[in-house]
Design a protein. Structure first.
Length: 192
């Protein structure tokens, strides 16, 4: 490898380290912002998990009741809590309001039945629960994205550290080779 090409490798490695550190900083700040936003938004809704002994929980199927009991009485502040509530509690609520029918099925029934007040109430209730479920799942996915950003920042910082270590070894090796060349005695010429 020509000496000039070899000399440019540390420059590119240095630029790569800078890019990785900047990417790591941006990713960690994105993680922090998203995590904080999810926490603040969920906490502002003041959604508390029902007690594990409450009728709302004991009426759930076994797996759903177990999942909900994990957060019994807690204020919802994390994406994992939002997912649990949206996937294990709200479907049972929606089923009890609409008799297992989706919002759109109820809308069609209301359109056919005219002004049946009970159908309007069911439709509104299912719509409300669907909307809450959607918002909670959005919070969950934002927290997942934040987790991916955290992993990305760790990988970027680790990559930068690895490049710095490799560059240090390369520099040390180069210094040792140059020192050996300087300390090596000059060849003797034969005297006639």
């Amino acid at each position: 490898m020509p000496r000039r090409t070899f000399a440019t490798i540390p420059v590119f490695a240095g630029l790569a380290v800078i890019v990785m550190v900047v990417a790591g900083i941006l990713l960690i700040s994105g993680y922090s912002a998203l995590t904080s936003e999810v926490h603040n938004e969920l906490a502002s809704q003041k959604i508390y998990f029902p007690a594990s002994t409450s009728k709302a929980i004991t009426a759930l199927p076994g797996a759903d009741a177990t999942a909900m009991s994990k957060y019994s009485g807690q204020l919802m502040t994390t994406g994992a809590q939002a997912e649990t509530y949206a996937d294990h509690f709200l479907p049972a609520q929606i089923k009890s309001i609409g008799g297992g029918q989706s919002y759109f099925q109820l809308v069609n029934q209301v359109a056919k039945a005219g002004h049946d007040k009970s159908l309007f109430i069911d439709e509104a209730g299912v719509f409300r629960e669907d909307a809450i479920q959607s918002q909670l799942l959005n919070a969950f996915w934002y927290s997942k994205i934040a987790g991916i950003m955290l992993i990305g920042s760790i990988v970027a910082f680790a990559g930068a550290a690895l490049l710095l270590i490799l560059a240090a070894f390369g520099l040390a090796r180069r210094i040792m080779l140059e020192a050996d060349a300087l300390l090596k005695p000059a060849p003797r010429t034969a005297v006639a």
